[in-house]
Ligand binder design. Structure first.
Ligand SMILES: Cc1cc2nc3c(=O)[nH]c(=O)nc-3n(C[C@H](O)[C@H](O)[C@H](O)COP(=O)(O)OP(=O)(O)OC[C@H]3O[C@@H](n4cnc5c(N)ncnc54)[C@H](O)[C@@H]3O)c2cc1C
Length: 370
């Protein structure tokens, strides 16, 4: 009898363990699946997230201008950026077209921006934005190290120029290698320059530079100049422009400054004496993290309306990452200020304080068809 009772109790115990195991696996599995799903949309528990009214992405001229406006309004905001200064920081050439400064390098101008920012206690986080997701009442932001929630977002992430990756290109940046004819062309008056790239931006550069330089080499990798239209006709018919097709840059050389470029033309090596090399083989907007969230054009530039609204209510964009025609410091700073004003109006609208502003904001969005 005692023996039978023992067997019965042992069986009961094993049944219980089996049941407990199964329960643990099922609930545990469900929990795991739930966690995975949360991770996917990165809806993490509120405790792990920092909340703001506005997050500004990028610390180039556009983001910095927006940050100064936001700080003066004492908004609950932060700036998240990989660096401070953006493209101005890699520009050792003088900038002669920024109001108030006759002659200042990009790096010096960036230092001025930073000094100005120090007057306000701006919270700048040195992180890289990885992903953005729209959720109820705002946006979740995943960076290289943190999670954030914000009611509104101002994207000023700029762009990066495509590079040739040939010897000398990096060493001579700011000493003869340039990515911007608008910006640096006037420094090479009556000099010989080479423009790399026979697409739209290369042709634009060549047509601008030819008015300043004594000679322009236009170097194109393929067998023809691709961009059609009046600029091409102008470039083709200009005796000061020599077009080199099927030509690949091999090396940029010089001493203190650029003195020459070696190319492979139809398989033969040729060295030309030049004072500057303008690299115009395209650029890449830094908008990867917003893909599938807001509307972009075929070049991955963010589409905005005249008041810097994107296709998603609550996301605003400014500067070189957008479709604006001219990519310049003064344009980016102006756009940053304008985008902030739009974002601030949006936040006011969220608080339901000003019905007139609501109407205005919707008006501009509808006008632009976004
Ligand atoms: C060599 C050179 C010379 C130039 N010369 C002139 C000139 O003489 N005059 C002139 O007016 N303009 C000039 N320009 C152009 C001018 O610098 C740009 O138009 C201007 O910097 C654009 O400002 P922005 O704020 O829109 O973007 P950017 O300056 O590109 O700044 C973008 C910011 O976003 C950040 N960012 C990007 N992706 C992420 C991410 N995933 N996570 C976090 N942060 C991110 C970057 O770190 C950076 O801080 C020059 C540009 C170059 C490259």
């Amino acid at each position: 009898m005692i023996f039978e009772d023992l067997i019965y109790k042992t069986k009961l115990f094993f049944h219980f363990v089996k049941f407990a195991l199964k329960y643990w696996q099922t609930v545990g599995g469900l929990e795991q699946a739930k966690k995975e799903k949360m991770k996917e949309r990165f809806i993490v528990p509120k405790l792990g997230k920092k909340n703001y009214d506005l997050i500004i992405i990028g610390c180039g001229p556009a983001g910095l201008a927006a940050a100064i406006y936001a700080a003066r309004q004492k908004l609950d905001f932060c700036v998240i950026s990989k660096d401070i200064g953006g493209q101005t920081n890699i520009n050792t050439y003088p900038i002669e077209n920024y109001l108030g400064y006759h002659y200042i390098t990009g790096v010096e101008l960036e230092q001025k921006f930073e000094e100005h920012l120090k007057d306000f206690n701006v919270d700048i986080k040195s992180e890289e934005i990885k992903k953005i997701a729209q959720i109820k009442n705002g946006f979740n932001i995943a960076t290289s190290s943190s999670m954030y929630f914000t009611k509104a977002l101002l994207v000023a992430s700029g762009r990066v120029n495509q590079t040739l990756n040939v010897p000398g290109e990096l060493d001579f940046q700011g000493r003869g290698v340039s990515f911007c004819a608008h910006c640096d062309g006037p420094l090479f008056k009556n000099k010989v320059v080479a423009v790399i790239g026979g697409g739209r931006s290369g042709l634009d550069s060549a047509s601008q530079l030819v008015n300043l330089a004594s000679k322009v080499y236009l170097v194109e990798l393929s067998g023809e100049i691709k961009h059609l239209g009046p600029t091409m006709e102008y470039v083709k018919n200009n005796p000061k422009i020599e077009i080199l097709t099927k030509t690949k840059p091999l090396e940029i050389s010089g001493d203190q400054v650029v003195r020459g470029i070696t190319v492979s033309q139809n398989g033969k090596e040729r060295k030309m004496n030049v004072d500057a090399v303008f690299v115009n083989i395209g650029y890449k907007p830094s908008t990867e993290f917003l893909k599938g969230v807001v509307k972009m054009n075929e070049r991955d530039e963010i589409i905005i309306d005249k008041n810097n609204h994107t296709s998603i209510s609550g996301i605003f964009a400014a500067g070189d990452c957008t479709v604006i025609g001219e990519k310049q410091v003064s344009v980016a700073a102006g756009e940053g200020a304008q985008a902030f004003i739009a974002a601030s109006e949006y936040l006011t609208r969220l608080k339901g304080k000003n019905k007139e502003i609501v109407a205005k904001v919707y008006g501009t969005r509808q006008e632009s068809g976004l």
